[in-house]
Design a protein around this ligand. Structure first.
Ligand code: ADP
Length: 419
């Protein structure tokens, strides 16, 4: 029994989580440890269960799994981290949080030390210096695990996207060659089908680009240069003017007389503009109106895209900037005038790009100018307020998806939003 305690004490002493604690404090922790064994494949705890114990891996390996959902109703299980000897799992039991946020499963026959979370919390309350010390390390551990999760997801997405892209490009080239008549004359109706196939594949390819973009902005750095925001806004609007004309939508562009300069990534800001203007055209019935305005407000560049379209419901407003989110009205629409194509990634990418520039983006509905439709707004820091020497800006950590414009509290209440 004494030898076993000694071997437990050795493991506890090696734990980074308990670095800096005195021998007496370590002995009190050792007294709380129970040994337990898990055969390979056995679940130790499940995502969403109420935590009881905190575990230290004495021998073996434990996988931490999470359920990921890319769209409602479709779940995939992925391994976020592998925990090996002298590492801990189930820290939420000592933090007193209500739910395990991951599942743990032995992937080798494993020997664990289990510490009852409630007893450990009581010990930390009694010895607050120890509690402070341990919880500080728990926070670091949680932060590094979150970072690990993000990196795993980014890696999975980027490998999957690259692998999907190669055969897709090959098929597109074959289709172009066939439709071009290089292997013999193709009747018009068949040619039409081939061209349509190619168009659908281009949409698919765009989706892959969007998925890759999500992972890129997670990495947090975006190369920027001094640029004219006025030119970018104008280019994006002119690019989409033919589409607006085909749908009979009046597209009005209002730019200030002097060019507005920012420190930005021109191609990325054009992507934001074409997403916002594209949505304004897509979600506005034939014969409607869309307005694109750029101005300086208190010296800060501000772009507004207003439309007279179907608008965004108050339930959807807080979520339209989330990945893969599409408004219910759009999903359920059988209105032939509304283009329901899309997967719900455009606005989430816009948010990432704008925030990587140190700016803010939000949406309002109804659009105050038209009393219907919606208004998308983004602001960027003014060039003069940004250090001109910098060549890249750091992505800001997540902000709320919807920031309310400065409208009166009454107007906000009318829109069904909390002031
Ligand atoms: P997608 O266009 O592929 O659906 P987005 O991320 O660009 O994806 O937009 C998410 C959702 O936000 C849309 O499905 C739609 O419900 C809503 N939305 C965005 N812009 C507008 C707009 N101008 N008018 C109405 N709804 C909009």
């Amino acid at each position: 029994m004494g030898r076993r305690r000694d071997s437990i004490a050795e493991v506890v002493k090696k734990m980074h989580l308990f670095d800096g604690l005195s021998d007496e404090q370590l002995a009190r922790i050792v007294a709380l440890c129970r040994e337990s064994t898990y055969a390979s494949g056995r679940t130790i705890f499940s995502e969403g269960s109420v935590p009881k114990d905190f575990y230290i891996v004495k021998k073996g390996k434990v996988a931490l799994d999470a359920n990921f959902s890319a769209r409602p109703g479709s779940w995939k299980r992925g391994t976020v981290d592998i925990i090996t000897e002298n590492q801990a799992v189930g820290w939420s039991a000592i933090a007193g949080s209500r739910n395990m946020t991951l599942s743990a499963r032995a992937i080798e026959d494993s020997h664990l030390l289990a510490i009852d979370g409630a007893s450990f919390r009581a010990l930390m309350e009694e010895d607050s210096a120890m509690g402070y010390h341990v919880l500080q390390r728990v926070v670091l551990m949680a932060a590094s695990r979150l970072q690990g999760t993000k990196e795993t997801l980014a890696r999975i997405l980027s490998v999957a996207s690259h692998d999907l892209r190669a055969p897709l490009n090959a098929v597109q080239s074959y289709l172009s060659v066939l439709a071009g008549g290089f292997f013999g004359e193709v009747p018009d109706r068949q040619k039409e089908v081939l061209i349509r196939c190619n168009e659908r594949l281009s949409e698919f390819s765009e989706l892959i680009d969007n998925i890759l973009d999500i992972t890129r902005f997670e990495e947090g750095r975006l190369p920027v240069e001094p640029m004219s925001l006025s030119d970018t806004v104008r280019d994006a609007v002119e690019m989409l003017r033919p589409l607006a004309a085909r749908r009979g939508i009046v597209l009005d562009l209002r730019l200030p007389p002097d060019s507005v300069q920012v420190l930005g990534a021109p191609a990325r800001l054009k992507q934001v503009m074409s997403n916002l203007v594209g949505n304004a055209i897509k979600f506005t019935p034939l014969g409607g109106e869309a307005q694109v305005r750029l101005r300086l407000e208190d010296g800060q560049p501000r772009v507004e895209v207003a439309d007279t379209g179907i608008g965004i419901s108050s339930q959807d407003l807080p979520r339209v900037f989330d990945e893969f989110y599409r408004g219910e009205a759009v999903e359920a629409s059988d209105d032939p005038e509304i283009d329901t194509k899309g997967v719900g990634l455009g606005l989430s990418i816009c948010r990432k790009i704008v925030e990587a520039h140190g700016g803010r983006i939000w949406a309002e509905s109804p659009c105050p100018d038209f009393n219907k439709g919606s208004l998308s707004v983004f602001t960027l820091p003014h060039m003069s307020r940004v250090d001109g020497e910098r060549t890249s800006v750091l992505a800001r950590p997540g902000r709320p998806s919807i920031q309310r414009a400065g409208g009166s509290p009454r107007r906000q209440r009318r829109r069904g939003q909390a002031p």
